[in-house]
Design a protein around this ligand. Structure first.
Ligand SMILES: [Zn+2]
Ligand SMILES: [Zn+2]
Length: 366
C-alpha cells in the first residue's frame, strides 16, 4: 500500500513539475529530435520521459507522427514544462510549413504533400520517413535531425554533396529514432543499434542539376515566394503545381525529355520507373532526386522549358489541371495555352502550337 501511494505521489509530482534540465533546439531541428535529446539529457527513454511529465499523452504521443500531428495542447504542455515559447516549438513541426509548402497540413501524413510518410504501426515507422546525412551528424557538436530531411525533395545534402540515407546502414530497416536511442550515439538504429553516423555516403557530382533543384526549392521555401515572368507567386501555389507535375511525370509516365539534362540519370538503371507506388512521397529516394531535378528544370528558364516539355509529352489542359481543384492564376495562363480543342479548331491555335514546338514562343512574348 505504501509503495502504491509513493508511486501515485511521484507520478503526480512529475506531472506538476517542469523539466529539470533545459535544452535549446538546434537550427531547423525536428520536434521529435529535440524531445528525444531532451529525454536522453534526463537519462530517460523518450516514452518513459513523456509518460512521466505528460501523463495525459501516455501511450499516444509516440504512436503518431508527432512532427506532423502534435496538437496545440501538446505544444502548450511542452512549452509549459520546458519554458520555450509555443511559437518556437511550433517551428519544429512540419505543420509550420503551412502557407509556405502547402496550404494546410492534414492529420494523416498521406494527405500532406511533400511530407514523407512514417507509416506508424505498433509505435514503429514502417516506411523510411526519417532521412539523414551521416556527414552532417558526424560534424554536429550535438547530432540532431533536421526538419527539412522529412520532405520528399530533400534527397541530398547540399553541404556534403551526397545522397541522404533513409535506412539503417547495417540492417537496412527504416529508422524509428525514439525507440531505444543511445546516449552518445543518437540518432541510432532502433533495431540493430548501429549509429547512423557510421554510414558510407554516395557523393554526387557538382554538375548534377538535382543539387541545383534542391537549392532552388529551399530558397523558394525560405522566401515564401518566387518571381515567375516578373510576377511574384506565393510559394505554396508554386509547390502545388510542382507536386502536380511530379505526379504527371511519375504516375502518368510523362517523362519524355524530363531528365535529359541530368548527369545522374543513370541512377535509374538500378531503380526502374516500372516499380510503382501510390504516392509521390513513397517513391524511392534516388527516383525522387531525378523527378525533382526534372521538374525544377522546367522553370529554368520559364516558360520555355515548361512549354517544350508539355508539347513533347502531349500534355493537354486536362492533364495539366486535373485533380488540382483551384488553379493558381499564374498557372492558368499556361494551362489555357494547352487547350487542345482550341488548337484543333482555330487557325490561330494551330499557329501558336507550331510556335511552341519550334521555340519561337519566347520571342513572341518578349
Ligand atoms: Zn551533410
Ligand atoms: Zn539497423
Amino acid at each position: 500500500m505504501t509503495k502504491l501511494v509513493f508511486k501515485v505521489h511521484s507520478r503526480t509530482r512529475y506531472q506538476a513539475s517542469k523539466f529539470p534540465l533545459h535544452l535549446r533546439p538546434e537550427e531547423d531541428e525536428l520536434l521529435s529530435s529535440w524531445l528525444i535529446r531532451l529525454a536522453l539529457l534526463h537519462h530517460t527513454m523518450p516514452c518513459t520521459f513523456t509518460n512521466l511529465y505528460l501523463p495525459e499523452t501516455r501511450n499516444k504521443l509516440w504512436s503518431a507522427d508527432i512532427d506532423l500531428q502534435a496538437t496545440p495542447s501538446v505544444l502548450c504542455a511542452l512549452s509549459d514544462k520546458s519554458g520555450l515559447p509555443v511559437c518556437k516549438l511550433h517551428l519544429l513541426t512540419l505543420k509550420s510549413y503551412e502557407g509556405y509548402l502547402f496550404e494546410e497540413a492534414f492529420p494523416k501524413t498521406k494527405e500532406t504533400p511533400f511530407v514523407n510518410r512514417a507509416g506508424m504501426r505498433g509505435r514503429r515507422c514502417r516506411l523510411p520517413a526519417w532521412r539523414f546525412c551521416p556527414m552532417c551528424l558526424k560534424e554536429d557538436a550535438t547530432p540532431y535531425v533536421r526538419r527539412k530531411w522529412r520532405l520528399s525533395f530533400s534527397t541530398a545534402c547540399l553541404k556534403h554533396r551526397c545522397f541522404l540515407l533513409d535506412r539503417c546502414p547495417r540492417c537496412e530497416s527504416p529508422v524509428t529514432p525514439y525507440r531505444r536511442p543511445q546516449v552518445g550515439d543518437f540518432p541510432n538504429c532502433d533495431l540493430c543499434g548501429s549509429p547512423l553516423t557510421e554510414a558510407e555516403v554516395e557523393v554526387i557530382p557538382q554538375a548534377s542539376y538535382g543539387l541545383t533543384a534542391i537549392k532552388k526549392i529551399y530558397e523558394i521555401l525560405d522566401n515564401g515566394f518566387l518571381i515567375l515572368k516578373g510576377i511574384p507567386v506565393y510559394s505554396f501555389l508554386f509547390f502545388r503545381i510542382v507536386h502536380h507535375l511530379c505526379k504527371a511525370a511519375y504516375f502518368w509516365d510523362k517523362k519524355m525529355g524530363l531528365i535529359d539534362h541530368e548527369i545522374m540519370q543513370h541512377q535509374l538503371r538500378d531503380l526502374p520507373w516500372e516499380q510503382k507506388v501510390r504516392e509521390l512521397e513513397d517513391v524511392r529516394l534516388k527516383e525522387q532526386y531525378l523527378i525533382f531535378s526534372g521538374v525544377m528544370r522546367l522553370f529554368d528558364p520559364y516558360p520555355d522549358n515548361f512549354l517544350g516539355y508539355c508539347v513533347q509529352n502531349g500534355l493537354g489542359r486536362t492533364d495539366l489541371s486535373k485533380d488540382l481543384g483551384i488553379i493558381p492564376f499564374w498557372y492558368s495562363e499556361m494551362t489555357d495555352l494547352f487547350d487542345l480543342k482550341y488548337w484543333r479548331l482555330s487557325k490561330e491555335g494551330s499557329q501558336k502550337r507550331d510556335m511552341l514546338c519550334d521555340g519561337r514562343w519566347h520571342e513572341t512574348r518578349t
